[in-house]
Design a protein around this ligand. Structure first.
Ligand code: DX5
Ligand code: ZN
Length: 253
């Protein structure tokens, strides 16, 4: 896709130095920041169980947390917690008005954080289709709060569920790992979703998130993704600028 944008995910960075890490990414040429905000917010009705397969990037504890939560018991949309709107507000103050914040809201009941995130300085509110009963109302509320709308689907969710909303959103996020942790293995079998969306909605921004790096960017580009989230591949590199450039170049070919 032409004009691909690269958004580093800071989930795998040193969260105690979040501001500095975001600055490092922006200085390295990041087009936007993908901020993963999983937090505790009530009962997840739509917890989807999938086996993780081989995930060498995960500790046993993380892999277990992703698959072992019983239905109805899940208090979090994902088995992890990072930060919420107070931290986003601080980041906005430190980084200034320019950087684009794509909030990946891995939360149950995403309705409750729209206003706080808007006030804190988020630019885009990306919520999970599986986490709400009323996507239409939520989309409207996000817009009324002055943010762009991103709609995410987990690997187990068929893209047909997203399609009815595609004309009302700015961006579709096709998860290429089970959300919750950085450093997992890219799920290539999600690419048909991206390709289908690209064919049906030529001007829609399509984001991929999870396991994307120099080894997997070709598949994403081929399928038609144009917003590329990459966490560990960029964060763990000694030369993040060259990784970001490589991803952008391959994707824009
Ligand atoms: C997964 C998060 C991703 C993650 C990506 O739950 O949504 O944004 O941080 O990290 P990598 O690129 O390491 O898979
Ligand atoms: Zn994410």
């Amino acid at each position: 896709a032409s004009g691909c944008k690269i958004g580093p995910s800071i989930l795998n960075s040193d969260l105690a130095s979040l501001g500095a890490e975001c600055l490092r990414m922006l200085d390295s040429g990041a087009d936007y920041l993908h901020l993963d905000a999983p937090c505790s917010s009530g009962r997840s009705v739509f917890w989807i169980f999938l086996t993780q397969g081989s995930n060498p990037g995960l500790s046993a504890l993380q892999a277990d947390a992703l698959t072992s939560e019983p239905p109805g018991k899940a208090q979090h949309f994902v088995p992890n917690i990072t930060f919420g709107h107070p931290v986003v507000e601080s980041l906005r103050k430190q980084l200034g008005q320019d950087p684009f914040f794509d909030m990946h809201m891995m939360v149950s009941r995403p309705e409750q954080w729209v206003k706080p995130m808007a006030v804190a300085g988020a630019n885009q509110y990306t919520f999970h289709l599986e986490a709400t009963d009323n996507p239409g109302a939520l989309i409207k509320d996000i817009r009324e709060n002055g943010m762009k709308v991103g709609l995410a689907i987990k690997p187990g969710t068929s893209v047909e569920y997203l399609a009815p909303w595609a004309n009302q959103i700015d961006m579709a996020l096709v998860m290429t790992v089970e959300p919750g942790f950085g450093g997992q293995k890219f799920m290539e079998d999600m690419m048909p979703k991206v390709h289908w969306l690209r064919t049906q909605f030529p001007s829609l921004d399509i984001e991929v998130d999870g396991g994307v790096g120099p080894d997997t960017i070709h598949k994403c580009a081929e399928a038609g993704a144009n917003m590329i989230v990459s966490g560990s591949a960029i964060m763990r590199s000694e030369d993040p600028r060259s990784v970001i450039n490589l991803l952008r170049n391959v994707c824009s070919e």
